[in-house]
Design a protein around this ligand. Structure first.
Ligand code: SF4
Length: 200
């Protein structure tokens, strides 16, 4: 190969399957080589989930939907974190048949060393416009896959079609028929239904 050929050969754009492999590789990198190996990736996901989910979604069954796993597997993960003192089970005032899972102070402390924070920092370094575009692309891909698998799409009240902010008081959830506190607005919800037409 001559020098001229080398300089005129343009790299091929990545194929869709190469991009998909890169996304999976990125997800694996989050947990690979971390100093804190005491929790499995599934346990980290559960701990993070219960720290971010709203009061309608902090149940083992909602977590099983979020983690795309069986209820039995999700329940085992939750039980292991309860045994480790990182989660605890509370009575669910609005539904006597289920319990609410809460993160304990030890669980919140554990999350200070979340292996996901390395990826969070890397995303934070992206220019704002690039990060907004990346967020939109990830949301689009998640919506498409959730629709194909008929799986629920998790999101928060700010982007939800059930959220009614027409009155001057607190926002109202038409799905759960509840007033929403400020802390609910950015929490993950299993009943989320995207308001944006491109995410439906
Ligand atoms: S408005 Fe949507 S995201 Fe918020 S609690 Fe209701 S269903 Fe969940």
């Amino acid at each position: 190969m001559t020098a001229e050929t080398r300089f005129t050969t343009a790299p091929e754009p990545a194929t869709a399957s190469q991009v998909a492999e890169q996304i999976v590789h990125l997800a694996r990198l989050v947990h690979g080589g971390t100093s804190d190996q005491c929790l499995t990736p599934a346990q980290w996901t559960a701990l993070r989930y219960f720290a971010r989910a709203n009061r309608f979604s902090r149940t083992p069954s909602a977590f099983s939907e979020f983690h795309a796993t069986t209820r039995g597997t999700a329940s085992q993960t939750v039980k292991s974190l309860i045994s480790a003192g990182l989660l605890e089970r509370h009575a669910n005032q609005s539904d006597g048949r289920s319990s609410l899972i809460e993160v304990t102070p030890a669980g919140h402390e554990k999350l200070q060393n979340d292996p996901l924070s390395a990826l969070t920092r890397a995303i934070d370094l992206l220019p704002e416009a690039e990060r907004a575009r990346f967020t939109a692309v990830i949301a689009h891909l998640a919506t498409r896959l959730a629709r194909e698998r008929t799986a629920p799409l998790f999101g928060n009240c700010g982007d939800c079609g059930h959220c009614d902010t027409t009155d001057s008081g607190p926002a109202y959830c038409r799905c759960t028929q509840s007033l929403l506190a400020q802390e609910d607005m950015n929490a993950l919800c299993v009943d989320f239904s995207p308001a944006a037409p491109n995410l439906r």
